[in-house]
Ligand binder design. Structure first.
Ligand code: G
Ligand code: MN
Length: 253
């Protein structure tokens, strides 16, 4: 635990609703417009200011509260989808990051089901991003739940692809709709031939598996131009296009 983050403070964060969702745009290079948003959680700590998930997730896990946090994100994302639906002009699909633990929990799945019963039309606006930590699980259980989520209308993405070791096994055992290429592979792609070769290979593989592709972590004009002019990947995300910010930012576009 980071020295300044105490279990009490984290408990309080849940009670006092100190979490917030930021959104980062996903941009389509062919349509030249934003086509979706990824929800990214932050903790607005009363003394430490804003804290990113990398700095508090481990503590949430240790406290046994990861499912509570994922359920909070699910509710908040649905509330925000509803806000966008009300303003008919701007209604983007929203992706949430889900832990493997929640995916395989009865509690999370029941929450999804009860929300779905009330508002089924919101669910084809929701996407789920799963990272490689999924390697620790029971794959057949995870796959059954993924199928349920897809039946509700959600799309499922494998996140941070290219970073870990277990991704090929995940692709073999779980059914995804989208493959998100990890930002480490995109960094300086215009001058790194190894990254270029790996990216080509991943794109070919994704095509065979009929997965759509998103390139994450585009930070510079050079990276942007490489993806745009030298690869068939046309959906991108990253600071070059837009940093995570308040949902209201996207009403101005
Ligand atoms: O694991 P996942 O891909 O969901 O992580 C997204 C994280 O990456 C968020 O914390 C977000 O703030 C960060 N991020 C988004 N775009 C960029 C980028 O262009 N560069 C870097 N370094 N980080 C980014
Ligand atoms: Mn993600």
């Amino acid at each position: 635990m980071k020295k300044s983050i105490t279990p009490q403070a984290l408990e309080e964060a849940f009670l006092k609703n100190q979490f917030i969702l930021y959104y980062q745009p996903k941009y389509d290079l062919e349509e030249e417009k934003i086509i979706g948003l990824e929800a990214l959680i932050r903790w607005q700590h009363p003394y430490l200011g804003e804290i990113g998930p990398n700095d508090f997730f481990e503590d949430v896990f240790k406290l046994g509260k990861i499912i509570d946090l994922d359920i909070w994100v699910l509710h908040k994302a649905i509330e925000d989808i509803w806000k966008m639906e009300e303003d008919k002009l701007y209604s983007y699909p929203v992706a949430i990051n889900l832990s493997a633990k929640s995916l395989c929990s009865v509690r999370f799945m029941q929450e999804v089901e009860s929300l779905f019963i009330n508002k089924p039309e919101w669910f084809n606006k929701l996407e789920i991003e799963l990272t490689e930590e999924i390697r620790i699980l029971d794959f057949s259980h995870a796959q059954r739940n993924i199928e349920k989520l897809r039946q509700y209308g959600m799309k499922i993405a494998i996140d941070d692809f290219g970073k870990g070791f277990a991704n090929i096994e995940c692709l073999r055992k779980l059914n995804f709709d989208i493959l998100k290429i990890d930002k480490d592979l995109i960094r300086d792609i215009h001058k790194n031939e190894i990254s270029q070769a790996l990216l080509d290979f991943i794109i070919q593989m994704a095509n065979v598996l009929e997965l759509s592709i998103i390139a994450e972590g585009i930070e510079s004009r050079e990276e942007y131009e490489y993806i745009k002019y030298h690869t068939p990947c046309h959906i991108i995300q990253g600071y070059y296009i837009g940093k995570p910010s308040y949902l209201s930012e996207f009403y101005k576009i």
